[in-house]
Design a protein around this ligand. Structure first.
Ligand code: NM2
Length: 533
């Protein structure tokens, strides 16, 4: 097959049309563009925030149900399939793909926003605000967030390893529900929406990560912090992940993930040992308790009285929880594809619980160590993070917090390199998956090289544009606006998994055994009678 036949042109062109349809007007009319986006954001979060909140909670409930039901016992692969990866490298890869440099950004500074603008009507900078400051970050990177990531992995892994159909398209994973419509415009629309969503989410990531890396570089080399340096750094990061994506899953992506893990252990270990060890331990444990105690309150809070005059309107749920769920959502189909790929030999239950537990624990470590270190500096008066942040911005505050540590030059250097690698390990797999989705077939398991490279650079266009026009609010909006349609895709993905696996379980003779191997099913869901394994 030559290139022309391999590329899925309707999806490829559809994605580019939307991308340029959004970015070109933003470049030429930045102010109007920002206004329109902000209006779309207000409309979306104001009216549909409840959908995002429900989607998050329901994803968690659904996954727990699946994990502990018969469906959870299904093994991903045949009777003699062993686990492809041990739990440690499985968790490391999962984390490197699903989490990018944003965890360094928000892990360090999220508490400062909650401390100044706490939820549930608490008094800013009060004792209650401190408790929420240390807890809410863990909530936004906790079990619901990881459930959103895991849900798409279910149908994808199921079709990949149980029904043995190499599915690298989101539309294909919905075939049991949509049948032959997947082959028409509806299938293209679904894939294009996913690509667009991922570009929005990646835009948010790059546009947050770049200023932070620039501040780190400025601290180390004295290079000025301006748009030119930022654009240069963004292009440099793109070049790194493009090379890594070009060299493929086995080499580039794996080498960077390993390096990533060692640097993370070094930074977190160093801050924990040389920072306020007891404060960090105690505050983290206490926050886990507060999280468990207030879990349902946090996961359903929408501030319904905000629009009624006379009641306070903090905008907290829209600015944070809804924004976060949308951001996790736009990444979810991509992470689902990735989790599915590495989960051969696990049962569905192991895949679900593994993702949610390792993911949540990993995030707790970041927020516990990085965030509570900053909080400690603030509360003891050692360094006024808030004053610094309000004057110089969050990225500069992050580097300034690190500068309070011993051998801070080395720490800032490692932190900056880590941020670059974290970006690269997320973006190389993202461009890899984007290329796979915009191809009809994936010969030899990998999408075409030039195609991977193409998406690596395309991923950079949106963030560059956003950086030139905008502020944080416009960035956050990119995820929310592009995440909205994916709520419905999530629903279809869950339905599709249940439909296919229920059908196979009914036909399976191993109905009651502790691990279920689905070995045979007579028809696929389009009615073709040739789907024997
Ligand atoms: N999530 C985990 O920038 C990143 O770290 C990538 C962000 C969705 C909030 C993912």
């Amino acid at each position: 097959m030559n290139n022309n036949n391999i590329i899925d042109w309707p999806t490829f062109i559809g994605a580019l049309v939307i991308l340029f349809g959004v970015t070109i007007p933003l470049i030429f009319f930045p102010e109007v563009g920002a206004e329109v986006i902000n209006a779309a954001n207000t409309f979306m979060t104001g009216n549909f925030g409840v959908l995002f909140i429900l989607m998050g909670l329901l994803s968690l409930v659904f996954l727990l149900y699946v994990a502990f039901s018969r469906h959870g016992k299904i093994k991903l692969g045949g009777r003699d399939t062993n686990r492809e990866f041990g739990s440690f490298s499985w968790a490391a890869m999962l984390f490197s793909a699903g989490i990018g440099s944003s965890i360094l950004y928000w892990g360090m500074i999220e508490w400062a926003y909650y401390y100044q603008g706490p939820p549930f009507g608490a008094e800013p900078e009060s004792h209650e605000a401190i408790e929420f400051a240390a807890t809410y970050g863990i909530f936004h990177w906790g079990p619901i967030a990881w459930a959103i990531y895991t849900l798409p992995a279910l149908p994808i892994a199921y079709f990949f390893y149980v029904r043995k159909k190499p599915v690298l398209k989101i539309s294909e994973a919905i075939r049991p529900v949509l049948g032959k419509y997947v082959d028409g415009p509806l299938g293209v629309i679904i894939d294009v929406l996913f690509i667009f969503g991922l570009m929005g989410g990646a835009g948010t990531t790059l546009a947050l990560g770049t200023p932070m890396i620039t501040e780190g570089v400025n601290d180390l080399t004295g290079l000025p912090v301006n748009l030119g340096t930022q654009a240069g750094i963004m292009l440099l990061c793109t070049a790194i992940f493009a090379v890594s994506s070009y060299s493929g899953l086995q080499r580039g992506i794996k080498v960077l993930s390993d390096l990533n893990l060692w640097l993370v252990l070094f930074i977190l270990g160093f801050i924990f040992l040389f920072g306020p060890t007891v404060f960090i331990s105690e505050t983290t444990i206490t926050s886990i308790g507060i999280l468990l105690d207030d879990f349902f309150r946090m996961s359903t809070w929408l501030e319904p009285l905000a629009n009624i005059s006379g009641f306070p309107n903090t905008g907290f749920p829209e600015a944070w929880t809804v924004f976060y769920w949308a951001w996790w959502l736009v990444y979810a189909p991509f992470v689902g594809l990735f989790v599915a790929r590495i989960s051969r030999g696990r049962t569905i239950k192991e895949m679900i619980l593994g993702t949610m537990i390792y993911g949540t624990v990993g995030c707790i470590l970041f927020f516990g160590v990085l965030g509570n270190y900053g909080l400690y500096l603030q509360l003891t008066g050692t360094f006024d993070v808030l004053a610094f942040m309000n004057e110089h911005g969050a990225p500069a505050a992050i580097i300034a917090i690190l500068n309070q540590l011993p051998i801070s030059t080395l720490i800032v250097a490692v932190f900056t390199i880590l941020a670059i690698i974290f970006l690269a390990t997320t973006f190389d797999s993202a461009s890899y998956i984007l290329a796979a989705v915009a191809q009809k077939t994936v010969q030899g398991g990998d999408p075409l090289r030039w195609h991977r490279l193409f998406w690596a650079f395309t991923l950079c266009i949106m963030p560059l544009t956003l950086m030139f026009i905008g502020d944080l609010e416009t960035l956050q909006t990119a995820s929310i606006v592009s995440g909205f349609p994916i709520i419905f895709i999530m629903f279809l993905l869950a339905w599709s998994f249940m439909k296919a696996s229920t059908k196979d379980l009914k036909a399976s003779r191993e109905y009651r055994s502790p691990t279920i191997f689905i070995t045979q099913h007579k028809t696929d869901d389009t009615g073709n009678k040739n789907n024997k394994l």
